[in-house]
Design a protein around this ligand. Structure first.
Ligand SMILES: [Zn+2]
Length: 413
């Protein structure tokens, strides 16, 4: 006999469905197994269903963070990861994954973890032996020698567990293949300097078009996409011309790069909170001076680039870069506050962290909105984030978290 799927009904919901549509009251969501079977106004609960009365509270899609480093803790100096045994770094990931889920995030895109740990963490979560959000991960970052993800210290000591240092199209292609062999969901490269790397200027290009094309070619062969860390316009443009579909940070977008973003149907992931935290906390909090100086150098650009993209119709996904200094896992919704401060309406920021977040994971057909046939990834929030976006930062107000039909957190709604 075929086991009947367990049916859950969430009723009496103030529904933000994640599509960008206005919220509706008195909504009912019927969940069968891991899937949303029906969404409507005051639907009758099927017999035998488990009823969850939202009591008029907000029900919205599980939040999605499109850019985290799940194994990094948010220490003032990212180089601190080099002084910790790899096994402990993996445990950081386990700890951070639970904190992220507890904060209402049901999916994350990891953007690089030592030894591709995020891929193992993803498997552990899928096996049910570790609590956490659904993870999409790239394995190790592909960086050029002296590039943003070349963790090489002036002493000559290098930490290469985080990245595959590759030069020339033959090596970048091989590195893409290595990551794909290890089960990467997508490939991550770095096409400009960055804030958290000591010796490269933050905005200058890294990698030639040939090197980028080789990576994208390999990913596309197996139906996967490439994301690129890029701050300055030349590196953004090179990435897009090479076939990159997701621009991480994209701090210095211009009219020209925004046009190219549209032409290439690429997604912008602004990570506003990353440089915000570094500038706010500064050297007094133990952040290296070079990182503070670089963050200050670009600080004015990310909010402007977000709005430039948004107004032009470029898809924008919410991402925090959690794991960078003082950018803690579980505090991911701070990004949405900053997106609103930059000029988005709260409902638009929510769409960045739901529908577009799912699209950034190439899972837009499966999740990101509360609609029929999608995975039942949803949260119940005590408060209205369309009028107060900060409510999403208060864990006590995230009353229930459901991932693929399973209630993962229940703070007694
Ligand atoms: Zn990052």
């Amino acid at each position: 006999m075929v086991q009947k799927e367990q049916v859950k009904v969430v009723e009496n919901a103030y529904l933000i469905d994640g599509t960008g549509r206005k919220p509706v009251r008195d909504a009912t969501i019927i969940v069968s197994g891991n899937t949303i079977e029906e969404v409507g106004k005051t639907l009758d609960a099927p017999r035998g269903a488990e009823v969850i009365d939202a009591g008029g509270k907000t029900v919205m899609p599980g939040l999605i963070d499109a850019h985290v480093h799940i194994c990094n803790n948010g220490d003032p100096n990212v180089m601190s990861i080099m002084s910790v045994p790899p096994g402990l770094v993996q445990l950081f990931g386990v700890h951070n994954a639970a904190k992220t889920l507890d904060a209402g995030y049901t999916m994350i895109r990891d953007m690089g973890a030592p030894l591709g740990f995020a891929l193992s963490l993803k498997k552990g979560i899928e096996m049910g032996i570790v609590r956490g959000p659904r993870i999409i991960a790239p394995g190790r970052i592909i960086s050029m020698t002296g590039g943003h993800a070349d963790f090489y210290l002036p002493s000559g000591i290098a930490y290469h567990e985080m990245s595959l240092i590759s030069d020339g199209p033959v090596e970048t292609r091989r590195s893409a293949r290595i990551n794909l062999r290890e089960g990467a969901d997508f490939v991550k490269i770095t096409t400009t300097g960055g804030v958290m790397s000591p010796t490269d200027p933050v905005d200058t290009p890294q990698y030639t078009l040939d090197e980028i094309l080789a990576v994208c070619d390999e990913a596309h062969h197996v139906g996967k996409f490439v994301a690129s860390h890029a701050h300055g316009p030349t590196g953004i443009m090179n990435a897009l011309l090479g076939g990159v579909k997701s621009i991480e940070h994209g701090s210095m977008q211009t009219n020209e790069t925004v046009k190219a973003m549209l032409e290439h149907d690429a997604i912008q992931v602004p990570t506003l909170v990353a440089s915000y935290n570094i500038v706010q906390k500064g050297t007094a909090a133990g952040i290296p001076e070079w990182a503070v100086n670089k963050a200050k150098e670009i600080a004015e650009y990310p909010p402007k680039s977000l709005m430039l993209c948004h107004r032009a119709g470029v898809k924008v996904a919410a991402g925090t870069d959690a794991g960078t200094p003082f950018n803690r896992h579980g505090e991911n919704a701070k990004e949405l506050e900053l997106m609103v401060a930059a000029g988005l309406k709260p409902l638009e920021a929510i769409t960045c962290a739901t529908k577009v977040g799912a699209e950034a994971c190439y899972l837009g057909a499966k999740t990101g909105t509360i609609e029929k046939d999608k995975w039942a990834d949803l949260i119940v929030v005590d408060g209205d984030p369309t009028t107060d976006i900060k409510v999403l930062q208060d864990k006590a107000k995230i009353r229930l978290v459901m991932k693929a039909g399973t209630v993962e957190v229940n703070r007694s709604i």
